[in-house]
Design a protein around this ligand. Structure first.
Ligand SMILES: Cc1cc2nc3c(=O)[nH]c(=O)nc-3n(C[C@H](O)[C@H](O)[C@H](O)COP(=O)(O)O)c2cc1C
Length: 248
């Protein structure tokens, strides 16, 4: 942790710091368009990677690696993998949504400043799998925490991140020389952007909408009813935060 960031106790962070944390969360976007043709400072990238590296991990195993991909030719090959995978995915999409699916921009592999593949070394805690004996997939979840740290820090730095999952993993491993025991968890397009959209692209294009949070809260058991007060509090907060404000 950078030295100037001492741990706050008691009531938590000061109000403006608290607001900043929530602001990063509420205005974070998956970015596929709006990448600028400018590079990304190594100073900034280093801060994002440091944030990712401070994610929680099962047994403190830190299973991640960060492959930085700048080479244009390699990126074109990754984009080809994306185009092939999208074509393969198409038949699985409901027929009435296929035209919309074709129109959606679902990657910014070549337009972004650089790409980063965040991987999970599934053998890093070999021999002492604290927390993974019954749930071996916890290493993958840990890596996703690193991705989210990176994504939120990027938003705070004004850097766009787009996660591309429409890629055949084995082919990607081949292209990036990733060993068999390492899983590519996230392929990210990263770079400066001209804007952050106020809401998810898929919402703007009518693909999906944010589900009402009160309907997702359960009490005591799955599908358990209750928590009426909590649900109404959540609903009230949501109305306040839905007030239009342009993210900077
Ligand atoms: C695991 C994961 C995989 C994703 N894969 C893709 C993808 O292949 N292409 C894409 O355009 N967006 C992808 N996204 C981004 C989601 O579409 C996006 O997060 C969602 O629509 C909500 O929008 P927001 O991130 O801007 O809030 C992915 C997100 C996650 C968490």
């Amino acid at each position: 942790m950078p030295e100037h960031m001492t741990a706050a106790v008691g009531d938590g962070f000061e109000q403006n710091a608290r607001d900043a944390v929530y602001r990063a969360m509420f205005t974070r976007r998956d970015v596929r368009s709006h990448f600028l043709p400018t590079g990304l400072d190594d100073e900034v990238l280093a801060r994002l990677l440091l944030a990712a590296h401070h994610a929680p991990s099962v047994g403190f195993m830190q299973p991640w690696n960060f492959i930085v991909i700048r080479d244009a030719e390699r990126r074109e090959k990754v984009r080809d993998l994306f185009l092939a995978a999208r074509q393969q995915e198409l038949p699985a999409i409901a027929e009435e949504r296929q035209a919309l699916y074709r129109k959606l921009k679902l990657e910014g592999i070549c337009e972004s400043a650089l790409n980063i593949c965040i991987t999970c070394d599934r053998e890093r805690s070999k021999g002492s799998p604290l927390g993974r004996s019954h749930n071996p997939e916890m290493d993958l979840y840990s890596t996703v925490c690193a991705v989210q740290n990176f994504w939120l820090a990027a938003r705070a730095e004004g850097v766009g991140v787009g996660w591309v999952s429409i890629i055949e993993a084995q082919a990607l491993k081949g292209l990036l020389s990733i060993p068999e025991h390492v899983t590519p968890v996230a392929y990210l397009c990263v770079g400066r952007v001209s804007e952050f959209a106020p809401k998810p692209d898929l919402e703007t294009h009518g693909w999906g909408r944010r589900l009402p949070l009160p309907e997702l809260i359960m009490s005591e058991t799955f599908s358990g009813q209750g928590e009426v007060l909590l649900k109404s509090t959540v609903a009230r907060l949501n109305t306040v935060s839905a007030a239009p404000s342009r993210p900077r």
